[in-house]
Design a protein. Structure first.
Length: 135
């Protein structure tokens, strides 16, 4: 079985814009659980920023490592969650997230994201790009 990796792309208010998981488990298809995780991550981001004045870039949670990156031209947060079995360090995660940010910001404009209506399927066409990057 492949180690689980998930990607959340969220706006600064914590709204989930895009979600991807390579897992076949039912949990990955449960919108309620994805929204709870996004809400949790938003809380962690807000706490880290308030506590340190800066956005943290990685931390451990249970059996997973969580890596964070902020977009460059569109103010979004990119969160990569990888099981520890993936053996991903911060340098490798940053390289992957940088590629994801560049690809996402190439595919979608600030105007498209600003006018986003909350439909999680709006960016579904981005899924093959993520699969290619996370292989």
């Amino acid at each position: 079985m492949r180690p689980k990796q998930e990607l959340y792309i969220m706006d600064k208010g914590g709204q989930m814009i895009f979600y991807f998981s390579n897992a076949k488990e039912k949990l990955a298809d449960d919108d309620h659980n994805k929204l709870l995780t996004a809400s949790y991550l938003t809380g962690v981001l807000q706490f880290a920023k308030a506590a340190s004045g800066n956005l943290i870039s990685s931390f451990e949670m249970g059996k997973a490592n969580i890596f964070l990156k902020k977009g460059t031209t569109i103010e979004l947060f990119y969160v990569l969650i990888a099981e520890k079995k993936v053996k991903m360090n911060e340098k490798k995660a940053d390289k992957i997230l940088t590629e994801i940010v560049e690809e996402f910001e190439h595919c979608y404009t600030l105007e498209e994201i600003s006018n986003w209506d909350g439909d999680l399927d709006a960016c579904i066409d981005f899924t093959p790009n993520i699969k290619k990057i996370l292989r």
